[in-house]
Design a binder for this molecule. Structure first.
Ligand code: 5GP
Ligand code: ZN
Length: 120
């Protein structure tokens, strides 16, 4: 293939080249448990198609972004986050993004998370 995404960690997870603990998958998106969870429920939702972050998204991506968001509630509930959760998207250097493939963190658990706006 030889494109820039060959070595992207989350593209590789999306292609099944690197294993993950899968939560949900369809043709367009994949959800999997974060390897270093910051709460009892902590999974990531990614598009299989590579976008670095929301700087790369425009209205052409609205359907895909909506379908990502539209799955999160049922997935969080199925994993036991039945009384609330956070959705966090870190973007770029200032957002302290570490993996440059768009992902939504879904963070929750049985007890309330720390207060305030908090990084994952
Ligand atoms: P960011 O700071 O980019 O928003 O967060 C990246 C997240 O990806 C981190 O929470 C980190 O624990 C998670 N992560 C990094 N590498 C892997 C991996 O190989 N597998 C899984 N499942 N999660 C990963
Ligand atoms: Zn990627």
């Amino acid at each position: 293939m030889g494109n820039a995404n060959d070595q992207c960690l989350f593209c590789r997870i999306g292609r099944g080249e690197i294993p993950c603990r899968k939560v949900y998958e369809d043709d367009e998106i994949l959800a999997f448990h974060d390897i270093n969870p910051s709460a009892p429920v902590h999974f990531l939702v990614i598009p299989k198609r590579h976008l670095e972050n929301l700087y790369d998204a425009d209205l052409a991506h609205a359907g895909m972004l909506g379908r990502m968001m539209g799955r999160i509630g049922e997935l969080a509930r199925s994993l036991g986050a039945t009384d609330g959760f956070r959705v966090v998207v870190n973007n770029g250097r200032v957002g302290r993004q570490e993996v440059y493939h768009l992902h939504m963190h879904v963070i929750g658990g049985p007890e309330p998370l720390g207060s305030g706006i908090k990084r994952t």
